[in-house]
Design a protein around this ligand. Structure first.
Ligand code: GP9
Ligand code: MN
Length: 624
């Protein structure tokens, strides 16, 4: 009965063409919510025609038949990767992002969580093919006519014409949102245009000459509308002067967890105590790009914008980057960084020397012990790192230690015997429940570390900074039950503003009266804020953030996780679509979209300028 469905000769050509086109239609529907089949044909069919016509032109029949399946598989995996990547980043991956695929192995649990059963439909034809092969054992020679040479040439030329038209129409039309760009240009034209764009963008700008840095510093200040306050008139200036600096960059830690209680039990009692005694900035947002955690490390240590489309560590790891560790070296500090993964993950083996850390400690130092998810537990890390800090303290050498925690990494599976908080039954089997458990664990491990510092008399000599590297919970990635629980906890709809809002807490020795500083800020503002507390001058230093204690009005950009040119100011978050006028603005207080946001156009233009200044500065830095 399967005889008449045999796929041979020309049938192969049409069957694969049709199947691949269907896959594009499905993927565009899932990515863009678009069911415009004619548009899909216009922007995607050209490539499919060219690929399969080229295969048909191969004279050897067996080679041709062999090629169809792997090429179909490659295209299918490409489409699947786009979907998974989009689920995490909300961005359409480019060839550059795919070149980071090496990072995927270490986070395979997370990848599984980003899969949606509907993606299996993409592999349906392979299942059918296998069944067909199993059931039809005997192959018949060649009953079906092949498409003629003229036919193949016609489809090939049609494909080439479609592609060239498409590329020509879209190549000079800049679209801020990559999702919109990929929808309009077509997935493969988007890839081609992104690749050519990155190539032209890699052109080096000349290294800054003497005096030009001053001009750049002035340009940043005037674009940001900042009139500098003399150091001796700044609030809290130098209150932590000469202290050791301990920075905890907490994995996937979001701000809503701070002071959160579940049935009267605090989720993070230790962090809440730090907030109670120290400085708490509740309106701070993530600004990372493709390099996730490593971009947060870069932002914290430089107050510069991460690379627009790639992990900063990958693109700028070969540069000598002005940074906090380097400023601290000038005043006699030793700078160390502790992260229990392989140092090569996110190219950190390049990033750390580029930032001027004196030493880094990775999995080789910590060992494969007491594992949680992709690395040794935070408790183990703090315990193992402590003697290194104690040595410096005993030698009276001031130090800066940055810890990049790992136990609360997506998918937030803490072993049950390490659970800190006893969650009510309704949290069971929800990602929100797992997330709360891992935040609780992060807090407990940090408390143990702080107790050790206190016991050895080091707490009073140290300023402690705590912040989240980026979000953990995506609003559209939660189950209905999870969303309901979360909204009950935070008391309002869980939106992207909650998602990207990360805690920033600074505990300075001797200060016990907590202060909440409402200034809206980003990760780019952390270094200048810390510099003020340390009494360090940034006068001749190029940086794009601002001290959140002394400068209450702000403007900072976000890209990659949002369309290029998105920004926050004191009132709103703005995200362009094709450009400004079709973009969207959200009130930071209410989360509601604004109908008229035309008054913010100058902020959009200012942010584009700042991004350009930062990118040019990064490109102009000398190799190290
Ligand atoms: C591990 C960590 C990976 O080193 O950086 O997680 P991510 O960067 O994706 O958050
Ligand atoms: Mn991270």
């Amino acid at each position: 009965m399967f005889e008449k469905f045999k796929i041979k000769g020309s049938l192969q050509y049409f069957a694969f063409l049709f199947v691949i086109l269907l896959k594009f239609i499905l993927v565009r529907y899932l990515l863009f919510d678009s069911s415009d089949v004619l548009y899909t044909i216009w922007v995607e069919l050209g490539y499919i025609l060219v690929i399969f016509s080229l295969i048909e032109l191969i004279p050897k029949r067996t080679l041709k038949t062999i090629l169809y399946v792997p090429i179909n598989l490659v295209i299918t995996l490409f489409l699947l990767a786009l979907l998974i990547y989009y689920n995490y980043y909300g961005h359409i991956a480019t060839a550059h992002a795919f070149s980071q695929i090496g990072q995927v192995g270490a986070v395979s649990d997370s990848i599984l969580q980003l899969m949606n059963p509907i993606y299996l439909v993409l592999f349906m034809d392979f299942f059918l093919l296998i069944i067909y092969k199993l059931l039809i054992k005997k192959r018949e020679s060649n009953p079906v006519a092949k498409p003629s040479f003229t036919f193949i040439m016609t489809t090939l030329v049609t494909g080439v014409i479609l592609i060239s038209l498409n590329i020509n129409i879209h190549k000079n039309n800049e679209i801020a949102s990559t999702v919109l760009a990929a929808e309009k240009q077509g997935l493969l034209t988007y890839e081609i245009l992104a690749a050519t764009d990155t190539l032209t963008n890699q052109e080096q700008t000349p290294i800054l000459k003497d005096g030009e840095e001053d001009e750049l510093i002035q340009a940043i200040k005037s674009t940001k509308n900042i009139s500098p306050i003399p150091q001796d008139q700044r609030k809290q200036n130098g209150i932590a002067k000469d202290k050791n600096i301990i920075v905890i960059q907490a994995e996937a830690f979001q701000d809503f967890v701070v002071n959160l209680e579940i049935d009267g039990v605090e989720v993070t009692p230790f962090l809440n105590q730090l907030v109670e005694e120290g400085l708490y900035f509740p309106n701070v947002y993530q600004q990372i790009g493709a390099g996730n955690t490593s971009d947060a490390e870069f932002l914290f240590n430089t107050s510069l914008y991460p690379a627009p489309w790639t992990a900063t560590s990958e693109t700028y790891g070969n540069k000598a980057i002005p940074s906090l560790p380097k400023l601290l070296t000038e005043i006699g500090y030793t700078s160390l960084t502790f992260h229990a993964n392989e140092v090569t993950f996110w190219n950190r083996n390049q990033l750390y020397p580029a930032l001027g850390f004196d030493d880094f400690y990775d999995i080789r130092f910590f060992g494969v012990e007491d594992m949680i998810g992709i690395g040794p537990s935070d408790e183990h890390v703090y315990q193992k790192a402590f003697p290194e800090l104690k040595k410096l303290h005993d030698n009276q050498e001031p130090f800066y230690a940055q810890f990049v925690t790992l136990s609360s990494h997506h998918p937030f599976k803490i072993p049950e015997d390490k659970y800190v908080i006893d969650l009510p039954e309704r949290f069971e089997e929800t990602q929100v429940g797992d997330y709360i458990e891992s935040m609780s664990y992060t807090d407990k491990a940090l408390k143990q570390f702080a107790d050790q510092l206190k016991a050895e008399g080091m707490w009073e000599d140290s300023i402690l900074v705590f912040f989240g590297d980026h979000f953990g919970l995506k609003p559209d990635g939660l189950s209905e039950q999870g969303t309901a629980i979360l909204e009950e906890l935070i008391g309002h709809e869980y939106t992207f503003l909650d998602q990207y809002n990360i805690p920033f807490v600074v505990h300075t020795p001797g200060k016990t009266d907590g202060e909440v500083i409402e200034t809206v800020g980003g990760q780019i503002d952390m270094m200048p804020t810390l510099a003020n507390l340390m009494g360090m001058s940034l006068e001749n230093h190029v940086y794009f953030g601002q001290d959140l204690i002394n400068y209450p009005n702000n403007l900072f950009g976000v890209r990659y996780y949002m369309p290029y040119g998105s920004f926050y100011n004191d009132e709103i978050n703005f995200q362009p679509a094709e450009g400004f006028s079709d973009g969207e603005a959200y009130d930071l207080k209410t989360g509601e979209p604004l109908e008229d946001f035309s008054t913010y156009q100058t902020d959009y233009e200012r942010i584009l300028e700042l991004l350009e200044l930062s990118d040019n500065y990064m490109k102009s830095l000398p190799a190290r």
